[in-house]
Design a protein around this ligand. Structure first.
Ligand code: ADP
Ligand code: MG
Length: 306
């Protein structure tokens, strides 16, 4: 990549996460505005693997449901991943709106997320492992895309690691089950996370919000019935059924993507037209007439970088 850090000018901070922070920047030579995830390098191998995974997946150019990577800059101290700038994540959107996201929008969120996850599985053999509202982004046009593959796991690697681990006697049952007949053992963990995400976005509250510690959340996840959409709210039976499928506690009973894609809720929103962009603009600027929104073409941006 022949872009220099000096070509990038900081505009504002977009947010902080576990691996670093995301900054809105201007690429001076092209005047394009992009998002840059900046991560410090500690030289630690686990971290390096994370970063490389992020870059590799981000270079999955041909999935419209994955936030596109434009290029990356590696210096001695930091790694910068340059991405297309999205308008907002669903976590911030929920906080800003202070009300639930309507079901028809969540239909489109579901289709985009399932397609992105199935793409990662089929083309990169990857499970995401961090599906949550802050990793589902929206652009001004209303396109919904998944991001953040920093902690995603490679199925082949984890299997190899287990096999090569030697002393199998110490492995927990679920780790023993990993190989070799269930190669896609925990893509369904992502299906569960999608279910929790949908309940949170549809109700406006995280289903385990009363818990004081992470440990309490984990204990509830294991001990209690799965969360579901509240009875007293108006949701379609298809939506309820979809969420229920995602939140089947027994992993073996929980559907994988092929089966999930046969759910009436998914099938309906795969074909039905929803103007997510218009909803988003109206939600952000209530009472204002629709403004003309322009997002840069990722393909054009990429030319700048390569
Ligand atoms: P987390 O996902 O845990 O909140 P991240 O470091 O991954 O932490 O991201 C921080 C914030 O930056 C996210 O919540 C999101 O709102 C924002 N963000 C990430 N990527 C982009 C992007 N490509 N365009 C716009 N905003 C982004
Ligand atoms: Mg994130």
């Amino acid at each position: 990549y022949d872009t220099d850090i000096k070509d990038l000018q900081q505009i504002e901070e977009l947010g902080n996460g576990t691996c670093g922070h995301v900054v809105k920047m201007k690429h001076i030579p092209s005047s394009e505005i992009i998002a840059v995830k900046q991560m410090r390098r500690t030289g630690n191998t686990v971290e390096t693997k994370r970063i490389l995974m992020d870059i590799e997946v981000n270079e999955s150019h041909d999935c419209p449901y994955i936030v596109q990577c434009i290029g990356c800059i590696i210096t001695e101290a930091e790694v910068w991943i340059c991405m297309e700038l999205m308008a907002m994540c669903f976590d911030k959107l929920l906080k800003r709106l202070k009300q639930p996201i309507p079901e028809h929008i969540l239909g489109k969120v579901t289709v985009a997320t399932v397609k992105a996850l199935a793409y990662l599985k089929d083309n990169c053999d990857i499970i995401h492992r961090d599906v949550k509202p802050s990793n589902i982004l929206l652009d001004e046009r209303g396109n919904v895309k998944l991001c953040d593959f920093g902690i995603s796991g490679r199925l082949v690697d984890s299997m190899a690691a287990t096999r090569g681990a030697g002393c199998t006697a110490y492995l927990a049952p679920e780790r023993i089950e990993i190989n070799p007949d269930h190669p896609d053992y925990d893509i369904r963990a992502d299906v569960w996370s999608l279910g929790i995400t949908l309940v949170e976005l549809a109700t406006g509250v995280f289903p385990y919000q009363d818990c004081k510690t992470d440990f309490e959340v984990l204990a509830k996840v294991v001990d209690q019935d799965p969360p579901k959409l509240p009875e007293d709210k108006e949701f379609s039976k298809e939506f309820r059924s979809f969420v229920e499928c995602c939140l089947i506690k027994d992993q073996q009973q929980r559907p994988k993507y092929v089966k999930l894609k046969e759910e009436p809720f998914y099938k309906n929103y795969e074909t039905v037209d929803v103007n997510v962009g218009r909803w988003f603009a109206a939600a952000m600027h209530p009472g204002e007439p629709r403004r003309q929104m322009k997002s840069p073409q990722v393909s054009q941006l990429r030319k700048v970088f390569h």
